[in-house]
Design a protein around this ligand. Structure first.
Ligand code: CP
Ligand code: NVA
Length: 307
């Protein structure tokens, strides 16, 4: 039984195995109806409970479809309509769900909540996004990058804008897979210092700059995300600070020719990214979104000891 609260819970070799397995499973079911079960149905009889304390489209649909394709099923618990919403403790919820389902995915705010859930649960707990990190997103992103023909070791990747949960997990990936990440963003909105330190210690190169052109120089992949994440106060000052880091055609032109553009979505068109970038042939955002299914199948198989 394995929890997946951050990418380091798996580590580099397991992460590479997840990406390979996702590529194999994805190609084996090409052109099949999306709900058809994979030939080996590795999670037949297994049920995943998904707890949502924040909105979601991709995470909720992709985990549900992932479980269906693996031969299992998923159920959704909107936190507000469960007893969690009335104050039942995380610990008791973990104990009860562990008797009823085979794995738990949670999207929540404070990362300490998922750690508590994992501590008290007897089944694997998977991070579907916290304020601190979004590891499942990065499994899909790495898969998309590898499918795009780029090798992860030595990759040159740029992150533009807010140093948020997605940025933190991408930095973690840089350490585990040994690539370079240049963060272009304003002072005061940097990613988590511990994630940066751990990635550097693991062998990733993490460069912080306030110059957006310096961030994208030589970049093979350019990544951004919303300027204001769910639960952040945001405000005029925050948005104004982000303005120079908008990914537009001029900024893409300063990256490597043919650089891939990624965005976890939902996008705020005209803010962190312009239409002519997200809709360009350099953009892989729809593959990236689809890859949430394929990546999470690997995460589920790993967490349940089948990979
Ligand atoms: N990228 C992502 O996690 O999307 P959702 O918020 O729609 O789940
Ligand atoms: N950073 C964003 C990601 C959404 C999938 C947020 O936390 O709102």
């Amino acid at each position: 039984m394995r929890d997946f609260l951050n990418l380091s819970d798996a580590g580099g070799p397991a992460l590479a195995a997840m990406i390979n397995d996702a590529i194999d499973r994805k190609s084996a079911r090409k052109a099949w109806p999306k709900g058809q079960v994979d030939a080996d149905a590795p999670l037949a009889g297994h049920v995943l409970a998904m707890i949502f304390e924040k909105n979601s489209t991709r995470t909720r649909v992709s985990f549900d479809m992932a479980m269906r394709q693996l031969g299992g099923s998923a159920l959704i618990l909107e936190a507000g309509s469960t007893q969690i919403g009335r104050g039942e403790t995380i610990a008791d919820t973990a104990r009860v769900l562990s008797r009823m389902v085979d794995a738990i995915m949670i999207r929540t705010d404070d990362h300490a909540k998922i750690e508590e859930l994992a501590h008290y649960a007897d089944v694997p707990v998977i991070n579907g996004l916290t304020d601190l990190s979004h590891p499942c997103q990065i499994v899909a992103d790495l898969l998309t990058i590898v499918e795009g023909g780029f090798a992860l070791p030595g990759l040159q990747l740029a992150w533009l804008g807010d140093g948020n949960n997605v940025a933190n997990s991408l930095i973690e990936a840089a350490g585990l897979m040994k690539f370079t990440i240049r963060i272009g963003g304003p002072a005061g909105y940097e990613p988590d210092t511990e994630f940066i330190a751990r990635a550097r210690a693991a062998g990733g190169e993490v460069i912080l700059t306030q110059d957006p052109a310096e961030a994208v120089a030589g970049a093979q992949v350019v990544v951004t995300d919303t300027w204001v994440s769910m639960g952040q106060p945001g405000g005029e000052k925050h948005v104004a600070a982000m303005q120079p880091y908008q990914v537009n055609q001029a900024l893409m032109a300063a990256a490597n020719p043919g650089a891939m553009f990624l965005h976890c979505l939902p996008a705020h068109r005209g803010e962190e990214v312009t239409d002519d970038v997200i809709d360009s042939n350099q953009s892989a955002v729809w593959d990236e979104a689809e890859n949430r299914i394929h990546g999470q199948k690997s995460v589920l198989l790993w967490a349940l000891g089948k990979l």
